[in-house]
Design a protein around this ligand. Structure first.
Ligand code: LR7
Ligand code: MN
Length: 602
């Protein structure tokens, strides 16, 4: 030791000393440059990666809301299923993991030369299969739970056991296996009785023997094959019938579960009166980055019954602040990821087998649960990532619209009572395929279970809803100049500055508004007319006094007595279309005169 020290002091003398000092400075400089370069790279990368930044970036099918939650707009359009690609490409499993790719849930960049393949193969699954194939099926993920969730202690020995059911049709090998492996790696063995994979008549070669070989060493993993394509409901029922665990846990085939995901689900589902969903995080369909989604959201639906994420009610938010680890109620579930006690699942009638391929079964299950005495909840302590995509990659035998409309008609006819009349009135294409005889068995089930009405559900489970009702005025509010009060025809659900819109005929929901007894002027997906600073805007309804209006004769007034007015001076259109809305002192100006044209809602 002493000897070494002498060497060192020798070295540090004279010119050597200077050289060493120089080297140290150089190392420091190189490090600093590297750090700056990395930071810059990350910044630039983040700017290009929409998943990471909340904002109003959107396309025709989805947008990020102000909380960074991806909102899928409307129904899926059936994709091309990659049918234009050569057979050997469609049937190949090109999984070949690259060390460290996607570890920790980080995004994966691909080389320029791979971009073309990634693009060409995109329609196979509507996610980036080149990226997925580079990421290990055993990749690590961040633990995004809150501290209060991590602190919860579970009585493991007394939790019910789970059967995890994963259904798939033509799923990619790497995403499917990553789902399975994440469950195996991140669940306590004693809690998982079985993992049942149900193949809904897939046609891809790699999902045959290659898949069987891949799972052969995992004794708890079983593979069932649906002899005929039924869609996800039929496939899930097949899995549920084979389940031996106490609790059924359903997952889509492109999920990744994270640390501690199972215990909160099992603890809550043990109570036998609840369908409990994990908190769904985002896996980017492009980079496969795992992104934490907004802390609290609940599932609901638009006037046309498209599923939407919305901000939870104030009561729910307050309760969550008090106890962030406590599961909270949601009007509906997204559909793919939930846990339910097997006995409750069957007692409430399993699924409606008449619902085929894809769509609406999440509404059916949620309404049935609430209306028939059970609950639907979300627990933030169970975090599962899911790849959200904008298109459906597989075929819809019989046609996309026919399938979707059939499923919608079934759930509407069985569960919505007088609200079915509302829905059918404005959705004649769905009304055209309704056939009440075919749902007789489900109506009977509803009767036998003694379920409550749809109105009860709206009033009690979702009092913040934006549907018309007996005590709400519904119709068209038309300015004296000719234009109508309606949300801007941009992407639905995105608020913003309000302006007068063209009027629509009676049978189009786009031009119709609800005026509540409390004074909210609301439209589809829960946007309310709000007095902003100067301008009037459409914002998510929030009980704020700026969102209350009074009808005084032909005028619409704020609580402080200002009049809702079209600003026409810079707008040449004589009917006022496109003119912004504002609130000013009341006068005789026709831009302040509104005609209330009631439209029967059912
Ligand atoms: O014919 C089919 N057979 C199948 O086995 C069609 C689909 N499937 C499988 C498919 O491989 C997948 O594993 O069913 C699963 C769900 O299909 P997706 O992933 O195409 O559906 P999605 O994630 O776009 O849609 C959501 O809504 C559906 C309505 O029918 C289902 O309830 C999905 O399970 C549901 N997914 C989620 O809730 C995840 C969170 C996303 C949201 C919102
Ligand atoms: Mn899915």
């Amino acid at each position: 030791m002493r000897l070494r020290f002498e060497h060192w002091s020798l070295l540090c003398r004279g010119r050597r000393k200077k050289i060493i000092a120089l080297i140290i400075v150089l190392i420091f400089l190189i490090n600093a440059m590297f750090y700056v370069a990395m930071t810059l790279f990350e910044r630039v990368h983040k700017r290009h990666n929409w998943n990471g930044i909340p904002g109003k970036q959107y396309d025709n099918n989805s947008y990020l809301d102000k909380n960074g939650m991806r909102v899928i707009v409307g129904h899926y359009i059936g994709g091309s299923s990659g049918r234009k690609l050569p057979e050997d490409v469609i049937n190949a499993n090109l999984y070949s993991p690259v060390p460290m790719a996607g570890e920790g849930g980080r995004p994966v960049e691909i080389y320029q030369r791979e971009l073309i393949t990634a693009k060409e193969h995109f329609s196979l699954h509507y996610y980036n299969i080149v990226v997925s194939d580079k990421i290990s099926i055993n990749r690590s993920l961040p633990d995004v739970r809150s501290k209060s969730c991590k602190d919860v202690k579970y009585d493991i020995d007394n939790l019910p056991t789970a059967t995890v059911i994963i259904v798939f049709h033509n799923e990619a090998w790497s995403t499917l296996m990553r789902t399975v492996m994440s469950v195996i790696r991140r669940s306590r063995d004693s809690l998982v009785k079985q993992i049942i994979l149900v193949d809904d008549a897939s046609e891809r070669a790699y999902l045959g023997k290659e898949l069987e070989d891949a799972i052969i060493d995992f004794k708890q993993v079983h593979l069932l094959r649906n002899p005929k394509r039924t869609g996800l409901v039929g496939a899930r029922l097949l899995g549920a019938k084979a389940a031996s665990g106490d609790v059924l846990v359903f997952l889509d085939a492109h999920c990744e579960v994270t640390e501690g995901w199972l215990e909160p689900l099992l603890e809550r589902a043990g109570s036998d009166d609840v369908f409990v969903c994990p908190h769904i995080d985002l896996i980017s369909e492009d980079t496969f980055a795992y992104t934490k989604s907004v802390d609290a959201h609940w599932g609901a639906f638009s006037w046309r019954l498209h599923f939407r994420w919305l901000a939870p009610s104030k009561e729910v938010m307050d309760a969550k602040l008090k106890d962030p680890a406590k599961p909270y109620p949601t009007p509906t579930m997204a559909g793919g990821l939930f846990a339910v006690r097997k006995s409750l699942f069957w007692r409430l009638g399993g699924y409606d087998e008449g619902m085929v391929i894809w769509g609406s079964e999440n509404l059916e299950l949620s309404w049935r649960a609430w209306q028939c005495g059970a609950r639907v909840e979300i627990t933030s302590c169970s975090r599962v990532g899911h790849i959200f995509r904008k298109h459906s990659p597989y075929s819809y035998p019989g046609g996309v619209q026919r399938v979707l409309n059939n499923n919608l008609a079934r759930v509407v006819s069985v569960w919505m009572d007088e609200y079915a009349d509302f829905f059918y009135k404005f959705n004649p294409h769905v009304a055209a395929v309704r056939d009440d005889r075919r749902v007789a068995a489900r109506v009977e089930l509803r009767k036998n279970l003694g379920c409550k009405s749809f109105k009860w559900y709206l009033d009690n489970i979702w009092p913040q809803h934006f549907f018309p009702s007996e005590d709400r005025w519904f119709g068209r509010i038309k300015n004296d100049l000719g234009a109508c009060l309606a949300p801007n025809a941009s992407v639905p659900g995105v608020g913003g500055a309000a302006s007068a819109q063209p009027c629509h005929p009676d049978d189009q929901l786009e031009g119709l508004v609800v005026f509540t007894p409390k004074g909210s002027i609301m439209v589809d997906v829960g946007l309310c007319l709000e007095k902003g600073n100067g301008r009037v805007v459409w914002r998510f309804c929030n009980e704020n006094h700026r969102q209350y209006w009074e009808q005084k004769g032909p005028r619409i007034k704020t609580l402080t007595g200002l009049c809702l007015t079209l600003v026409t001076n810079k707008h040449p259109d004589p009917s006022g279309i496109g003119a912004p809305l504002t609130t000013v002192r009341c006068s005789d100006d026709p831009a302040q005169i509104w005609h209330f044209e009631r439209v029967p809602w059912r």
